[in-house]
Design a protein around this ligand. Structure first.
Ligand code: NAP
Length: 201
């Protein structure tokens, strides 16, 4: 059987936005992935899930956002695991359940900067390849960082070239809380869900 190339895009997705979706789509295309799992995080140890948003709302927004893209698949793998969420545990679980696949973890540049502090990073590099996006890389620092990590850990980190959409979930939360439209920053279906359920004030 041919090995499948599975992208994993994890995040708190509070809320999911067009920057996340563009990143997933670009990774799908540039790396010839078979699909991209969009995987909401349960309990990140490094941040609170702000805004009194319930897990069911993050899930509903992710499901709405991925619905119209056949390259994407919602994954509840981390939501179904209790305790603090660590990427290494997710990768171990995927390898145990589906050893026939190759995994590509998709990351933003900010995450790449902290990757060395993640739990069992050496094991992470054994279990997956990394696709690293640059939000903005005017000084070429991302290439240096990738080369450094690849050398030090014998990792396989690749750069993703993607248009730079300066959208962040924290910016959206702020704008929504003051009644701003946010149209074209998140999918229409997600925006409708936010309004219907009066999320983010
Ligand atoms: P997030 O804030 O929800 O963002 C998800 C990803 O999308 C991040 O890599 C982020 O990159 C990227 N992104 C967001 N907006 C973007 C835009 N406009 N353009 C390009 N990229 C954009 O998620 P997160 O909290 O960083 O977590 C990401 C994943 O890393 C999760 O699966 C989490 O569990 C995992 N993680 C694991 C550990 C660990 O195991 N120790 C530690 C930390 C994170 P930026 O980083 O550039 O915002």
């Amino acid at each position: 059987m041919q090995r499948m190339k599975i992208g994993i895009m994890g995040g708190t997705f509070n809320p999911i936005h067009n920057g996340h979706l563009l990143l997933g789509e670009m990774a799908y295309e540039q790396f010839g992935l078979d699909k991209v799992l969009i995987m909401p995080t349960k309990h990140p140890y490094y941040k609170d899930i702000s805004g009194n948003i319930m897990e069911k709302d993050r899930v509903a927004m992710v499901q709405l956002a991925v619905n119209d893209n056949p390259h994407f698949e919602f994954s509840a793998l981390e939501l179904n695991r209790e305790g603090t969420t660590y990427t290494v545990d997710t990768l171990e679980e995927l390898h145990q359940k589906f050893p026939e696949n190759d995994y590509y973890f998709i990351l933003g540049k900010d995450s790449l900067d902290y990757l060395e502090s993640w739990k069992d990073v050496t094991r992470i590099f054994e279990l997956c390849k990394i696709i690293a996006a640059s939000r903005d890389d005017l000084d070429g620092k991302i290439d240096e960082k990738i080369a450094y990590l690849n050398r030090k850990y014998h990792a396989e980190i690749f750069r993703l070239y993607s248009p730079n959409l300066e959208i962040s979930s924290s910016y959206l939360r702020k704008e929504l809380s003051t009644g701003k439209s946010c149209r074209y920053l998140v999918p229409d279906s997600v925006l409708a869900y936010i309004k219907e359920n009066r999320l983010y004030g």
